[in-house]
Design a binder for this molecule. Sequence first.
Ligand SMILES: NC(=O)c1ccc[n+]([C@@H]2O[C@H](COP(=O)([O-])OP(=O)(O)OC[C@H]3O[C@@H](n4cnc5c(N)ncnc54)[C@H](O)[C@@H]3O)[C@@H](O)[C@H]2O)c1
Length: 335
Amino acid sequence: MKKVLVAGGAGFIGSHVVNELRKRKIEVRVLDNFVGGNQNLGYFDDGVEVIEGDTCRKEDCKKALEGCDTVFNLAAHAAEGQSVFIPVFNAQTNLIGSVTLLAETINAGIRDVVFTSSIATYGKQKKMPIKETAPLNVEDPYAITKKAFEDYLRVYHELGQIDPYIVRFFNVYGPRQRMDDPYRGVVPIFINKCLKKENPVIFGDGLQKRAFTYISDVVEPICGIVGNKKLVNNPINIGTEKVYTVKKLAEEIIKKMDPEMKIEFIPKRTSDVKIAYCDTGKAKKLLKYRAKVSLSDGLDKTIEWAKGLGAQEFRYFDYTEIPKLTHGAYTSKKI
Ligand SMILES: NC(=O)c1ccc[n+]([C@@H]2O[C@H](COP(=O)([O-])OP(=O)(O)OC[C@H]3O[C@@H](n4cnc5c(N)ncnc54)[C@H](O)[C@@H]3O)[C@@H](O)[C@H]2O)c1
């Protein structure tokens, strides 16, 4: 790996990937359309080349790929629940964009492709923790596109064109994750609520369990994955195995930020998966993976960063492609 294209490199995880690759003395080029903002460019050193462009546009991909030997594809509209209301936009960004970038990657003769897939591909499962061999019971358009693009990668690998590395992340959090997005990222939402002196809101009883993974615990392993022959075309779960309820998470954040705050419970979202966490045995074996950062330490670092930025106004998304489909949780603007 000498020169890497990071698509979506201006985003939360992407910008940390850029920093980690630079730490490893790798040349980096970023392709991003800045729909998520350009605020993270300030974290890059002068050696990072940034191209403003869209993965859906062949010419942008072509230009961005020139001279690269590896592609990290993180560009996405990563909003699972919201994707139900914007299936066309979701398919365009997450699937057409990824496929366009893939086609140009193959045309450029680049073999190594890292793709950030998601625990969302598993959908509802009976057995926990979820192993990579579990059936992919996708339940929303976001997960459909993640699964479909995994299949594209497999097919072009079988056609002898690429060596894909597919990582399935869980709930990643940490500095630089947008705090003004009310639709995803329960950690930054709760932190922002406390900064705004508003009570954190929980859908349902708060006993939903998640494996909240600190950013460095996903970035370090994916930056070291390329070249690991056993992981070519072999999807892998990456994240912590420590699981907390959403209620416990809210309590921790309140304790650390403002003990005056109280959790507000509102009716549950029908789409919420009750328990979702993964087995990381494969990552332990093949990547010597171990999540290192505890929830308490990760929250301390994230809260410190968030306080530096200050409270943010939530940006509600009024655009819907299916107005007749309503759902209290997404239309109430309660968060
Ligand atoms: N955050 C999580 O917990 C999590 C969990 C599982 C998987 N993932 C995946 O990891 C990746 C990064 O997620 P994130 O949380 O950093 O999201 P993010 O929204 O912070 O970053 C995505 C970036 O992609 C850019 N982008 C979107 N569409 C684009 C397009 N068509 N062309 C070019 N750039 C485009 C955005 O401007 C943004 O900078 C995504 O693929 C996401 O699906 C994230």
